[in-house]
Design a protein around this ligand. Structure first.
Ligand code: G16
Length: 543
């Protein structure tokens, strides 16, 4: 039998963060590092045996090597059928969809999301469970425990799988099916949106610029926007996926996609400007003359979604992660919908989605999606916006200003302090945590602190509790200051500071974000003293 049991050494650092295991490529290249983590998954998640497993990645450097190993280990661990995207390519939302439609027992998604790629870049693995969602914390904890004590792994030795040839191949008793990476995803989007209406919108002169940032969404965007919806060729830029993402940083935000903001400010800007990230789950939305913050995008989609075919029967509920601005809460209240506040991490939406209590959810980190899948879905958000523009006949600018006039406006910014020494970052967070109780009732200008605590979350479906999910200083509905440690960095520690201010009066809706948030930034500085305590002059990234 070519299935071999080979020795490995345990690694002590295979703890999954906010979205799976993310490390430098060089870490993954250590002997048996990948094998150790994968074997821990196969040992712990015994439901995979005899079932279907989906495997794919975002095409970054090391993708093919890792996928070959994953396929050979799946065959070595009794998986009945492995479905792989052609060339090893699957966007994260496409993989989640495949898990669902093939009734698979899980999926291995090889990606470090928006983190840079290449030999010196990052690599990662996410394990998604049956139903398509990310493994819950209890499961990733058990996988981590197993990874620390493993001494052997099982692999189909000498496996020669052709990842580019569509169709079935076998490795021993395991069927390996290589499928088109885009087909099923495109069908899913067709079932949700009015493609006729969007096509008409293009025919009538509607224009889009979608930037795939040389990452995984290029083939998806080309197929859907150009081939199926008839947008001109020039509508998708940087469409060819490259192993190093063209040396760029496929994190679509105001820093790494600044060129899109500049495009939006030109007189002849397209009606809709958008981008997605490395693995296709994030989205950035701009209109002519303005950027739509992720929290606003969530709220504006919430206000319009039931006009689109897949959502005509109405919305079940809405949700956002705790640091995401509360714009969606205002829409939920006005429409009498349930609204949930969850910890950061898409996995926290899964139970609510499965329990049919949620239709639309989103995060400040440029993630938006709906009940159609169990991951955030970058291209879905872009198509949703295109369909909203087509069905309303309005511009992004009109949608935004009418929204703010009706519901009020949440000004919002995030400051990231990247790659801090871990002890420094922990010290800053600990210090604020200790001062929180003394802040309640404090007066800062016109604002009074109504709540100052550490966020913890009890899942309303299964009762599981997630503690230590970020520190928040709340000034009623008027403003919030939030501080938390990122769970996705690969070097040192990253502190994120989030500032949110809500205004309703007509003469306060047209401020710049910087002006609106300046007083809150000053209060945050007074209370948290990040610059002083970190020795930095300011944040590394402001989005
Ligand atoms: C991941 C998670 C998201 C989370 C984001 C930021 O996104 O899937 O749910 O909001 O990380 O996490 P943090 O603030 O802890 O760095 P992605 O796109 O990187 O998979």
């Amino acid at each position: 039998m070519p299935v071999r049991v080979l020795p490995t050494q345990p690694y002590p650092d295979q703890k999954s963060g906010t979205a799976g295991l993310r490390k430098k490529v060089t870490v993954f290249q250590q002997p048996h590092y990948l094998e150790n983590f994968l074997q821990a998954i196969f040992d712990v998640e015994t439901t995979l045996h005899g079932c279907t497993l989906i495997i794919g990645g975002d095409g970054r450097y090391h993708n093919r090597v890792a996928i070959r190993t994953a396929v050979a280990m799946a065959a070595g661990n009794g998986i009945a059928k492995v479905i792989v995207g052609q060339g090893g390519i699957l966007s994260t939302p496409a993989a989640s969809n495949l898990i669902r439609i093939h009734d698979a027992a899980g999926g291995l998604l090889l990606t470090a999301s928006h983190n840079p790629a290449g030999p010196d870049g990052d690599f990662g693995i996410k394990f998604n469970i049956a139903g398509g969602g990310q493994a819950p914390e209890a499961l990733t904890g058990r996988i981590f425990d197993a990874s620390k004590t493993l001494s052997r792994y099982r692999i189909f030795e000498g496996a020669a799988v052709d990842l580019d040839r569509l169709g079935s191949q076998t490795l021993g008793d395991t069927v390996i099916e290589v499928i088109d990476s885009v087909d099923d995803y495109a069908k899913l989007q067709q079932s949700l949106f009015d493609f006729e209406q969007i096509r008409d919108w293009f025919t009538r002169g509607g224009r889009i610029c979608f930037d795939a940032m040389h990452a995984v969404t290029g083939p998806y965007a080309r197929r859907i926007l150009i081939e199926q919806l008839g947008a001109p060729e020039s509508s998708v830029i940087n469409a060819i996926p490259l192993e190093d993402f063209g040396g760029g940083h496929p994190d679509p935000n105001l820093i790494y996609a600044k060129h899109l903001l500049e495009l939006a400010m030109t007189p002849d800007a397209p009606d809709l400007i958008a981008a997605s990230d490395g693995d296709g789950d994030r989205n950035m939305i701009l209109g002519r003359g303005l950027f739509i913050s992720p929290g606003d995008s969530l709220a504006m989609l919430a206000a319009h979604l039931d006009r689109l075919p897949g959502y005509k029967s109405g919305l079940k509920g809405l949700a956002r992660s705790m640091p995401t601005c509360r714009a969606v809460d205002v829409v939920a209240k006005a429409r009498g919908l349930e609204c949930h506040e969850t910890p950061t991490g898409w996995k926290f939406f899964a139970n609510l989605l499965d329990a049919n209590r949620l239709t639309l959810c989103g995060e400040e980190s440029f993630g938006t999606s709906s009940s159609h899948t169990r991951e955030k879905d970058g291209l879905w958000a872009v198509l949703a916006w295109a369909n909203v523009l087509a069905v309303t006949g309005k511009s992004v600018q009109q949608i935004a200003s009418e929204h703010w006039a009706q519901y009020g406006r949440h000004y919002y910014v995030r400051h990231d302090y990247d790659e801090l020494p871990t002890a420094t970052a922990n010290g800053i967070v600990d210090r604020l945590r200790n001062t929180l109780p003394s802040l309640v009732g404090g007066q800062f200008g016109d604002w009074t602190v109504t709540q100052a605590d550490e966020f913890s979350y009890t899942d309303p479906v299964d009762g599981s509790v997630a503690t230590a999910q970020g520190l928040r200083i709340v000034f009623g509905d008027a403003a919030r200051i939030i501080l938390r440690l990122s769970g996705t960095g690969t070097e040192g520690a990253t502190i994120r500071l989030y500032l949110e201010r809500y205004e309703r009066a007509a003469d306060r809706l047209g401020w710049t974000t910087t002006d609106a948030l300046a007083p809150l930034a000053a209060i945050a500085d007074q209370l948290i003293r990040i610059n002083e305590l970190s020795g930095r002059e300011g944040p590394s990234v402001v989005t």
